[in-house]
Design a protein around this ligand. Structure first.
Ligand code: URA
Length: 184
């Protein structure tokens, strides 16, 4: 089965499991070497039908440009696939129910690096450590390297966060140039 077919299957399973929700699926380059994982779509993403639209897209694109990474060569997704703003805050149990789909999505893209944006993404990927302590550090996750950083939406409240994200992601270029780690 091709990667596109596998992703379609993941999305169909998501639709079946979360019938009552308006879902926004992952999107981007199928052979991406880097996958960005956010928290959940917001109103802009719901409107555009893809992750990281509006303000988050603008910030992310600025950062990618500064790093010399082509924005058309990355894959973007979220842990939660629906916009919970103005609705009930998702419980940990609910967040966990989306994780197997995220893992399958990552497995299908098979990137060299996964960048988590913010705390929910970090927890979703399975690292339970405070983001403040570990952002910008590289963790070997077997088939890929994990590089956690802050969420671009935080730059709205605190513009300094953009520098932090940029510093954290400075490692991305080196990681992308490295050989893919062996599966363990
Ligand atoms: N846009 C997304 O797609 N995800 C977020 O977490 C925030 C904004």
């Amino acid at each position: 089965m091709s990667e596109i077919q596998r992703l379609k299957q993941v999305n169909e399973s998501l639709k079946k499991k979360f019938k009552d929700k308006k879902l926004v699926f992952g999107s981007g380059f199928i052979d991406a070497k880097v996958v960005f994982v956010g928290e959940a779509p917001g109103p802009d993403e719901e409107k555009e039908g893809k992750p990281m639209s509006g303000h988050s897209e603008k910030i992310l694109n600025q950062i990618l440009r500064a790093l010399g990474i082509n924005k058309n060569k990355v894959y973007l997704t979220n842990v939660l696939k629906y916009n919970f703003a103005g609705k009930k805050i998702p419980t940990n149990k609910e967040i966990r129910s989306y994780v197997p789909f995220l893992k399958e999505e990552i497995k299908t893209i098979n990137p060299r690096v996964v960048v988590t944006l913010g705390n929910i993404a970090l927890t979703g990927i399975g690292l339970r450590q405070p983001l403040d302590n570990i952002h910008g550090r590289v963790f070997n996750f077997g088939s890929y390297e994990l590089l956690p950083t802050f969420h671009p939406s935080h730059t709205l409240k605190n513009p300094e966060v953009k520098n932090l994200i940029q510093n954290d992601l400075a490692k991305l270029k080196q990681l992308l140039a490295k050989e893919k780690p062996q599966e363990t």
